[in-house]
Design a binder for this molecule. Structure first.
Ligand code: TYC
Length: 114
């Protein structure tokens, strides 16, 4: 981005051409599942398998973490994908009359991270 070339076009107007592309990694978002007293455990496990592509053992581990600690991370995605996952959780849960809640929260913006 700092690497800019100055050129003159036919009309003698100087233009700056950007030679380095912006390639910042997108900010990532944690999709968090929240515990409640009513959503069945097996429903949460199946949802983690289908919506978050977790294996059965991963899904079970995450579900139990949420059950025991109040919340837990189902997956980490770009903003648009995370929004879609949250919406899918709520749609599936409501369709099955479960109060299951999901939310999303930004990861550290990773400005200097590898
Ligand atoms: N606490 C629920 C139960 O005992 C199970 C559960 C786990 C609910 C995770 C929500 O995000 C959740 N049936």
């Amino acid at each position: 981005m700092s690497d800019k070339r100055e050129e003159q076009n036919e009309s003698g107007v100087a233009t700056l051409e950007r030679t380095k592309k912006k390639l910042k990694r997108p900010r990532m978002y944690r999709v968090v599942l929240h515990n409640d007293d009513y959503t069945p455990m097996d429903f949460v496990v199946r949802l983690l398998e289908t919506v978050f592509h977790r294996s059965e053992s991963e899904a079970t581990r995450i579900m139990l973490h949420v059950h025991n600690h109040g919340s837990g991370v189902a997956g980490i995605y770009t903003h648009e994908i995370a929004e879609t996952k949250v919406a899918q959780v709520h749609l599936l849960a409501r369709k099955n009359d479960h109060p299951l809640m999901a939310s999303m929260e930004p990861e550290d913006d990773g400005e200097d991270a590898e």
